[in-house]
Design a protein around this ligand. Sequence first.
Ligand code: FES
Length: 134
Amino acid sequence: MQKEGEDWVYSEIVKDHFLNPRNFLMGDEKNFKYDACGIVGNPICGDQMKMYIRIKDNKIIDIRWKTYGCASAIASTSALSEIAKGKTLDEALKITAKDVDDYLGKLPKHKFHCSVLGHDALKEAINEYKAKHQ
Ligand code: FES
């Protein structure tokens, strides 16, 4: 049983991904050659996420992202980008926000909606690519 206040604590994995985000797009998006981009907003907090993917042989060979989102959004999108890299488009579409939450050792419950941001942006990017190429 969870103790009072415990749900506010970030796991060590969350802190690591927040402080050392993987695949974060530094600078201008012109510096990253991508095949599709997904842009979404979080209806709960108004934050935004952009996700850029490079595709070869139907696989995500590289991925970058940027966001106005909070620490939880940064950590969860960092984790998502690691999970998604190397996957086929269909495999990546099957990644759930719960998969990301599990990978991170759980976000505080009231921050779960932040993990949906990267997840939705990735879906958007994949669907954009599929609409153009399949
Ligand atoms: S509060 Fe907006 S993404 Fe977390």
